[in-house]
Design a protein around this ligand. Structure first.
Ligand code: MF3
Ligand code: CO
Length: 250
């Protein structure tokens, strides 16, 4: 599939989809606390999405059973919400979510502290978030995609962290996953040339130890192979004539 360039009308719809998603993440940040179940987080998010008149794009995507991926500690991505999984003080939890507004998708992820967390967990969260911002310094028309990838990966490697390679970011628009794939590590090729109107979901997944991951028997839950913690940070970004626009931040 070719990389799509969105028209001004499409960009407006993406903006709305992404703004609602940013609002939801800000709201969910406030409900994260010791004692809440990952099921409740999903239920609160799902209700928000529907109240906005949107559709949760993860639900039933290839059979994924929930609207929000809730991934605790060594779970990197695609954690399945469960009434039995209760957040504890000291955990870190990644929330990955998206929605469809008038046919246009949004996608963003945040990793939060549950109560007080260790300094090493806080650093993992902070570096993962910052790696995204290091990457988008290169998200400019005329640059090549893998300049973003290299900047993300090299920043994370500087802290001795692992960068997950088997899952990557992606284009986004009328589909949740569009071309191009967006790696979070340096690549041999340059990648496509960036153009105004491209919308990209850039999403570093960073681990404290190995970059190797495993998928649990539920077919979804992705954990680190060494059991060490991981963090995830993602925004939907618009390439423009000038600075990139981060559509899923308010
Ligand atoms: N946010 C994820 C991504 O960027 C999507 C989660 S997969 C789903 O690919 F099945 F849960 F939707
Ligand atoms: Co994504």
């Amino acid at each position: 599939m070719a990389v799509t360039i969105k028209s001004p009308r499409e960009i407006d719809l993406m903006r709305t989809s992404c703004k609602y998603l940013a609002e939801m993440h800000d709201m969910l940040a406030e409900v994260i606390a010791p004692g809440i179940s990952t099921w409740d987080i999903d239920a609160i998010g799902d209700e928000f999405i529907r109240k906005k008149g949107c559709i949760p794009n993860f639900k039933d995507y290839n059979g994924y059973p929930a609207s929000i991926c809730v991934s605790v500690n060594e779970v990197v991505i695609h954690g399945i919400p469960s009434k039995k999984k209760i957040l504890n003080e000291g955990d870190i939890v990644s929330l990955d979510a998206g929605m469809i507004y008038k046919g246009y998708h949004s996608d963003a992820a945040r990793t939060h502290a549950v109560g007080r967390i260790s300094e090493e967990n806080q650093q993992l969260i902070d570096v993962t978030r910052q790696s995204f911002f290091e990457g988008i310094k290169f998200a400019r028309a005329g640059n090549h995609l893998h300049e973003i990838s290299a900047a993300i990966g090299n920043y994370a490697y500087g802290f001795g962290y692992g960068v997950v390679e088997v899952f990557v970011g992606h284009g986004i628009g009328t589909h949740l996953h569009e071309d191009p794939e967006i790696p979070n590590f340096p690549c041999k090729s340059r990648g496509i040339k960036l153009k105004p109107g491209m919308t990209l979901a850039i999403e570093p997944m960073i681990t404290m130890g190995t970059e190797e991951v495993e998928v649990l028997e539920d077919g979804w839950t992705v954990i680190t192979a060494d059991g060490k913690n991981a963090a995830h940070y993602e925004n939907t970004v618009l390439i423009t004539d000038g600075d990139p626009e981060i559509l899923t931040l308010i």
